[in-house]
Design a protein around this ligand. Sequence first.
Ligand SMILES: NC(=O)c1ccc[n+]([C@@H]2O[C@H](COP(=O)([O-])OP(=O)(O)OC[C@H]3O[C@@H](n4cnc5c(N)ncnc54)[C@H](O)[C@@H]3O)[C@@H](O)[C@H]2O)c1
Length: 447
Amino acid sequence: MDARSSTFETLSKRIEARTARAGIIGLGYVGLPLAMAVARSGFAVTGFDIDPKKVVALDACRSYIDAVTDEALTAEIEAGRFSSTTDFASLADCDVIVICVPTPLTKHRDPDLSFVEATSRSIAAHLRSGQLIVLESTTYPGTTDDIVKVILEETGLKSGSDFFVGFSPEREDPGNQHYHTATIPKVVAGDGKEALSLMKSFYGTAVSTVVPVSSNATAEAVKLTENIFRSVNIALVNELKTVYAAMGIDIWEVIDAAKTKPFGYMPFYPGPGLGGHCIPIDPFYLTWKSREYELPTRFIELAGEINSAMPRYVVGKLAEALDIRAGKALSRSRVLVLGLAYKKNVADIRESPSLRLIEIIEERGGRAAYHDPFVAEIPPTREYQALKGRKSIDLTPEAIAEYDAVLIATDHDVIDYAALSKSAKLIVDTRNVLSRLGLSADHVIKA
Ligand SMILES: NC(=O)c1ccc[n+]([C@@H]2O[C@H](COP(=O)([O-])OP(=O)(O)OC[C@H]3O[C@@H](n4cnc5c(N)ncnc54)[C@H](O)[C@@H]3O)[C@@H](O)[C@H]2O)c1
């Protein structure tokens, strides 16, 4: 057996026997649930993060991610299968290292790969023969091979013989009660056939279905395709919403009827705009990369344009409703924005259109407050610094009645919508939740 195949065979056997140690870098929405799934499948897992507060919380068996309960975390820690650290020297002890760090956009909406690059350098500083390095962060095709692998090979070690490199996109859906890390099929790829084989066996232990593809770039493209598909389809229904509204047609009624078609149609729903860490951002990773090939990504740009125009459209509808129904200008009105999180039943406000709604209402001279059962206070954000520190108001009948309008931006399930409807003077519903609950009324308009 030559040195190359012995490195591969040794790692392969360690993965199969679950004696390999896994290191997960970036213990956020993606990394922590993944660390739990890998630990549960029998591996010893070390979690790495640059944020010492996260490590302190985890050491105290306190999870800060909804998808991971304190009990689940405690079980893995007590079983000796999970620990976390800020000390990257321990990377040398890991046989499989998975990178789950952020991939945001810069101020100029270009990919910001600084986190991926910094992490690759941390790994390179401790790289040794016989490790599998996996990127899970969402990114444009070519990142794993052209950036991660290149940084790692600067050590003099070679991908495919000394160490192995793979990509596997994350498909976490925060708040989803039916699917979690272990039950969502996982696309895997590797740089070369040995890397792919290691990827299949590593992920095969932690998730129920593994979907191998031929290259890291293909796997990177799979993730972008999934998110572009959502962004474009949401933009389409948002555009149809505005057109049908002008015609007096209810888009939600149209979608409910259209989705009875048993083939060739998939329902997407309009809303106040896109939110979350993925859908508003990831498509632009492809737009940026396509420029290198002098190819436009018109669907992506158009979807971005339509979706980001939604908060202004919704506030326009709110102003119109106040005007017509209450004879009151938005500039003299108090508006309660219901739901700050970007989607229902979660606490995540990243890129949430609710923040933009508040900003536009106030730009137009109105006064805005918010209620969100999951977000007690607005944390510091890069874009909405003026909103920092505002607190969620209590949703009492008296408080509701003080507002000229309630703008439903997020349809959290725990809200008592019947009570809300009783106390509110005017409701602008961007999620169709009142109609869905059979609470349509004269003072409820859709936007
Ligand atoms: N949140 C989702 O639902 C979701 C879904 C699919 C894919 N993704 C992708 O997964 C990746 C991670 O997203 P997330 O939502 O988990 O982000 P997150 O912000 O919740 O977590 C990232 C973590 O990485 C840590 N970190 C940053 N730089 C680091 C470094 N150099 N070394 C170690 N740790 C570092 C941060 O402190 C943070 O704890 C992104 O590429 C994202 O696009 C996210």
